[in-house]
Ligand binder design. Structure first.
Ligand code: AGP
Length: 607
């Protein structure tokens, strides 16, 4: 989604703006732009396509104050005219989010004589601030007044040629943080953009407005009162967001999974007990009273939830439902104050998941737990309990290491709930913990299968459709495999529980349809083998991921890769890895933009 970078410093900041935008490229965008305070007037450069194009266009531009933006089109096509910043008179604005009342504002401002040159909702913010300035020349106060008229979610940054050396920023709903540098103050949509200048970050609250100068910073809250927000020292290292030896972020992140899992599970290193405290100080009392669990999430995070449902019901014996956040938030549901709401999100800023959490709380569901990869995110701050996965920054749009660390966190939750409910024997607890500790090694062994998986990818990359099958706790893994394949290789893919085949999708199977099957050596393997016969009998080509000890052999039309170990309940964490590699290599063969697939954004901060 859109990315913002802004700077007010004592020296030229154009390269800071450009470098910051490059770090935000992973969020997804289709055009980019910047505006700076010039010697006579605002200087603006915009371009369609990559930030590299903008960089060429901005060569020679110099200023100590400016704002920059990557745009992911919502209102209006991706073209230069719609790219940010938008200008009105002396001021320029960049914006992330959606202004819901922009049409009413456009009508009102057009009647005042403002000429709109874009199709965006953002341009109405620029004209609105300019219009307020006619009676309120103070830029800070003018932005404050103008934002009170905005309905929707936004993060904005504003400069005014008549107020050189200042940037005003404001946020409501969309993410925005400040960087406190030695010779300047900065703002950005996420910390990765600012690590080049500082590690000292200030997270703005909803409704905050801040004025940034080279040596000054002031913040006012939603009520207009001056406030101080704490400075956090970011633990992100600049190296963590570099590609290093890898060709793509997705490839890097797939291979970082052993380390990411090791970091996420660090707290169980020496201990043999599953303590509620790992989910927060109040976890013991909150979990003791829980009678059921509702998991809310989107995309890959929802697949982690669907997998956990099998664990929570089988091991902890607690009824569990999983719902897509965008559906739940608009459905009339029956609240249950004893139910634990678990929200899962890599970014912690996904608009639908955040809104679903707020919806649940508004209905009186106070027992909330966030499983998230970003500690200071809105979803974490709004939840009573939290577990921070330690996957490190995930840049590739296709989620990989975030997913497996979410699964690890959800398995820990299962053990903790099972223990609180008296359903976990000491022997089982010790055995599961041993398996968790061994996970990084087990994942490494699966990663070593890459050459064989790469060879498969060559063979079906020219297909236009693919079916993924799984059963039980591996059905959500099939869903995740299909999502990975479609989002980065653009091959149409569907996933079904294998038992559903004959209720419809079998009609699609012929020699042109690759059928990728997740077939671990579990209690459903024999049933799954019958489903595979149904596919073979219709000429479908099978690509089966089995386990080392599975009695399942390859034959004509049946291709088999065996994972080294069978991993019991935790097997989904291993079986998703070959599917990630398969999608990655299929996308490479097809030559798609692996890390920035078309039409998609990393953080979906609008509805
Ligand atoms: C996964 O590969 C996706 N790009 C997407 O489905 C993602 O998981 C979803 O948008 C949810 O994001 P979140 O985990 O940051 O909330």
């Amino acid at each position: 989604m859109c990315g913002i970078v802004a700077a007010a410093a004592s020296s030229n900041i154009v390269s800071v703006l450009i470098e910051g935008l490059k770090k935000l490229e992973y969020r997804g965008y289709d055009s980019a732009g910047l505006a700076v305070i010039g010697s006579q007037q605002i200087e603006r450069v915009r371009s369609v396509g990559r930030v590299a194009e903008l960089e060429k266009g901005a060569a020679g531009t110099q200023s100590s104050t400016g704002i920059a933006h990557t745009r992911w089109a919502t209102h209006g096509a991706p073209c230069e005219r719609n790219a940010h910043p938008h200008v009105s008179g002396h001021i320029a604005v960049v914006h992330n989010g959606i202004i819901e009342n922009h049409e009413a504002l456009r009508t009102e401002l057009s009647a005042q004589g403002y000429i709109f040159t874009s199709d965006t909702d953002t341009e109405s913010i620029a004209h609105l601030i300019e219009s307020v300035q006619k009676t309120e020349p103070d830029l800070f106060k003018a932005v404050q007044q103008a934002t009170r008229r905005l309905i929707g979610a936004y993060a904005i940054a504003v400069i005014d040629q008549r107020h050189p050396g200042k940037v005003i920023v404001a946020r409501e709903g969309s993410p925005l943080l400040l960087g406190v540098g030695e010779a300047g103050h900065y703002a950005a949509s996420d910390a990765s953009a600012l690590l080049q200048v500082t590690r000292n970050m200030v997270y703005l609250e909803n409704g905050d407005i801040a004025e940034l100068g080279a040596n000054t910073l002031r913040i006012a809250d939603a009520a207009g009162q001056a406030v101080e927000r704490p400075v956090h020292v970011s633990e992100l290292s600049a190296a963590a967001v570099e590609l290093g030896e890898y060709q793509h972020y997705m490839q890097k992140e797939i291979f970082e999974q052993p380390q990411a899992l090791g970091n996420t599970l660090e707290m169980i290193g020496g201990s043999k007990s599953s303590q509620p405290g790992i989910f927060g100080a109040d976890a013991a009392s909150i979990l003791a009273d829980v009678d059921s669990i509702l998991i809310l999430a989107c995309g890959t995070s929802s697949h982690a939830g669907l997998t956990a449902r099998y664990w929570l019901e089988a091991i902890a014996g607690v009824p569990c439902n999983v719902e897509i956040a965008s559906e739940y938030r608009y459905r009339v549901s029956v609240p249950n104050p004893r139910q634990l709401i678990v929200v899962i999100s890599q970014s912690g800023e996904t608009a639908d998941t955040l809104a679903a959490l707020q919806h649940a709380k508004a209905k009186g569901q106070a027992k909330t737990l966030a499983i998230c990869n970003v500690p200071e995110s809105a979803i974490v701050r709004e939840s009573a309990l939290r577990f921070i996965t330690r996957a490190g920054p995930e840049i590739g749009v296709a989620s990989t290491k975030a997913f497996t660390t979410q699964l690890a966190a959800l398995f820990l939750l299962t053990l903790v709930v099972a223990k609180v409910k008296g359903r976990l024997s000491e022997a089982d607890e010790a055995s599961y913990q041993e398996q968790l500790r061994h996970l990084p090694v087990a994942v490494n062994k699966v990663l070593a299968l890459e050459p064989a998986i790469k060879a498969w990818a060559q063979r079906f990359a020219n297909k236009s459709d693919a079916l993924f099958l799984g059963r039980g706790r591996h059905y959500p893994i099939a869903l995740e495999g299909a999502l990975k394949l479609k989002e980065i290789s653009y091959i149409h893919a569907e996933a079904y529980p294998a038992g559903e085949l004959k209720h419809g999708p079998l009609a699609l199977v012929d020699a042109n349809m690759p059928v990728i099957t997740v077939a671990p050596n579990d209690e459903l393997l024999e049933k799954l083998k019958s489903n595979l016969q149904e596919v073979r009998a219709r000429g479908g080509e099978l690509y089966v991921f089995a386990d080392g000890d599975s009695e399942i052999e390859g034959s004509e039309g049946v291709n088999i890769i065996k994972l080294p170990e069978h991993y019991g309940q935790l097997s989904p964490i291993l079986h998703v890895i070959p599917l990630q590699l398969l999608s990655y290599h299929a996308a490479l063969v097809k030559g798609t933009d692996v890390d920035k697939p078309r039409n998609l954004a990393k953080s979906v901060t609008v509805e």
